[in-house]
Design a protein around this ligand. Structure first.
Ligand code: PLP
Length: 359
């Protein structure tokens, strides 16, 4: 099947096949990766390579730490203010939808929050223009969500940095899908289960000067410095997700890296949006064109009573997990890095046929 789930999402077939081939015996060690000590030399090699491959994919400079954590991207919503507020009074957050809202709600437990801009007035169908943002020059950081997975809304730009206000980004659903300049950020984080690997792993890339600022009552396990000092081995990390992530990073390098991915992602998204826009209104995408996500394509059927038929017919054609998030309804096709273009073409073909039959 072609699986359009928003996450956990499809993984590259080659990665799963490789993991299967060494499931019982990793590189002649006689052990499965799942059975290895996280401090043994075999696993140390796995985690070291995973980090180096990620560093090379994103050109991560040496003054940034890469952390492999747990607790999902959701735990970062609390870890960020706990670790980065320091002696500042407030944090800046851009509100562009479901995930920003949760980040705001959680940050408010630990800090004052200044919502610098919000697109709630138009149901989160656009990203507010940067020159309208009400930024606080004394904020501890500025947080934004580069891709709103549920709303299908993506930032086409990186916000500008104010001196002394590091940029923090939730890249959970578009990490490694396009080139970024890591030096523009203080901290980047992403839950693994879309473009990185299985769930149970969160990748954090943090500039070293932002370590050591945690509030005194921060739980040890929520302190970035603790994890950085221990190379993500303060406690037992999610070893198997890290291993699979490492295979995904190698696969990405073989595919030509992040730039090659970006070109493929643009082509895939282009095919799907074109199919929607040229359907004479049978399908519509509500998001303003310049902010449409290349990862999560949301669309509606003009006749909502056809939704169930659409989903069941799609499933019969091997196209699964197309139902939109329960908060929004409609349809959503998530087409992360690992979705082959053939999957998108099959979906486009199905959508055109379905529209023809039901027009
Ligand atoms: N942020 C974004 C943009 C997401 O898409 C998600 C999950 O889908 C999260 C945060 C929460 O991630 P997790 O389930 O890993 O806590």
């Amino acid at each position: 099947v072609y699986n359009f789930s928003a996450g956990p999402a499809v993984l590259p077939h080659a990665v799963l096949a490789e993991a299967q081939s060494e499931l019982l015996d990793w590189h002649g060690s006689g052990m499965s990766v799942m059975e290895m000590s996280h401090r043994g030399k075999e696993f140390m090699q796995i985690v070291h390579e995973a980090e180096q491959d990620l560093r090379s994919l994103l050109h991560i400079p040496n003054n940034y730490k890469v952390l492999f954590l747990q607790g999902g991207a959701s735990l970062q919503f609390a870890m960020l203010p706990l670790n980065l507020l320091g002696d500042k009074k407030s944090v800046d957050i851009v509100d562009t939808g479901h995930w920003s809202k949760l980040a705001i709600k959680e940050a408010r437990r630990y800090s004052a929050v200044n919502v610098v801009a919000s697109s709630e007035d138009r149901h989160y169908l656009y990203v507010p223009a940067e020159d309208t943002w009400q930024r606080d020059p004394n904020a501890a950081y500025l947080h934004y969500t580069s891709n709103e997975t549920i709303g299908g809304l993506q930032f086409p730009f990186t916000p500008s940095s104010l001196p002394g206000v590091p940029l923090v980004c939730d890249m959970s659903s578009d990490f490694l899908s396009r080139e970024i300049d890591v030096t523009q950020f203080g901290l980047i984080y992403a839950g693994a289960q879309k473009n990185i690997g299985p769930s149970g792993l969160t990748v954090v890339i943090v500039r070293e000067d932002l370590l050591g600022l945690a509030q005194p009552d921060t739980p040890t396990m929520l302190n970035y410095q603790v994890h950085a000092d221990a190379d993500s081995m303060y406690n037992t990390p999610g070893t198997y997700p890290i291993y699979i992530a490492g295979l995904v990073f190698k696969w990405l390098k073989e595919q030509g890296g992040v730039n090659a991915m970006a070109a493929r992602n643009a082509e895939k998204a282009g095919l799907l949006y074109h199919a929607i826009d040229s359907s004479n209104g049978f399908y519509t995408c509500p998001v303003d064109p310049e902010f449409r996500s290349k990862m999560n394509i949301v669309f509606r059927l003009k006749d909502e009573s056809l939704e169930e038929t659409f989903l069941s017919e799609a499933k019969k054609n091997g196209l699964v997990q197309l139902k939109g998030h329960r908060a929004l309804g409609g349809m959503r096709a998530s087409i992360y890095n690992a979705m082959p273009i053939e999957g998108v073409k099959a979906l486009v073909h199905f959508m055109q046929e379905f529209a023809r039959q039901h027009s």
